[in-house]
Design a protein around this ligand. Sequence first.
Ligand code: GLY
Length: 390
Amino acid sequence: MKLKITITALCVLSFSLIKAQKVNVAKAFSAAAKQTEVLIKNVDSARVIKPNQVSPRTVENGQFKMVVSKDWTSGFFPAELWFFYQYTKDKKWLALAKKYTEDIKKEQFNTGTHDLGFMVYCPFGNGYKLTQDTAYRAVIIQAAKSLSTRFNATAGVIKSWDHNGDKWKYPVIIDNMMNLELLFEATKLTGDSSFYKIAVSHANTTIKNHFRPDFSSYHVIDYDTQTGNVLKKNTAQGYADESAWARGQAWALYGYTMCFRETKNKAYLAQADGIAGFILNNKITPADGIPYWDYNDPKIPDASRDASAAAITASALYELARYSTNSKRYKAAADKILVSLGSNSYTNKTGAQYGFILDHSTGHRPAKSEIDVPINYADYYYLEALLRSK
Ligand code: GLY
């Protein structure tokens, strides 16, 4: 209710018109650390009962939800622990990060999903960056090999999902851009350019087929692997096939920013600038910068927000600000989002919501799942954005 009143008040102003405020990283990290200590206690208690459910994902209908390691979100919790270690340099967080990262290790051999970047690269990539542990390096390389098995050279893209075979032959979702970072890293670690080439092919094909002229993105593109032609342009998690699902736009922004970092190809920078323009020029998003779950939901302003989309966007904008001529605008927009997320409207009080840091994300509205809830990936990208803001 409190959020609703705040939102209604803010709706009279649009995000595109608002000046940024100063982010208090130390305060936000301190609040987040206290919450995460609560979360760890809840994780440990839950694991006594169901040991194969390794990571916390969300809270739904008041219930704490844990997931098995093959869930696409399993890597975010251990990866957050690496962020706490990076920020504090406290060995306590190092030990915790190591411990919970181990639970995801077996997913390096998972060839049944495109989500290996999220599941494996978030914990092991951050862990490797901070420790140079060669065991982590080996996991990253194996995960990149597993992900590469899902590439089809005729279509030029990595297959996202194996489910819904009656609906799609070879579905590729915009989220898949995020998993390319794992491939770029594997080439750097091994010198084997095949991973890099797959990532570049996927990014180029996605520019060609996933975007509308206003730089908004479709969610699902279905490909014919005999011809490489596009069969369908659909949504799975958005409001409609032709709508702009908020998290999809955030994944696209982050994905092309990262692709520019890894390749220095100006086409990726132009794409990221275009996507940022769609997100920031949009008059739909209220002044606090936290988008509705889909830019085209006709129920707006009575539609749920997606704090996760905002956190991903903020993190991406901080990086894009380093490469783009629109640097000032991107940094101001990212600051504004972090100030909003760090406020009482979005940050849970210590002890609330089982220890998740942020509230008010929307996971999968069409499936009536995870609506206006805390979600692990919102917390992960929020912490990453805080680190990048410095
Ligand atoms: N990758 C799935 C999601 O963003 O919900």
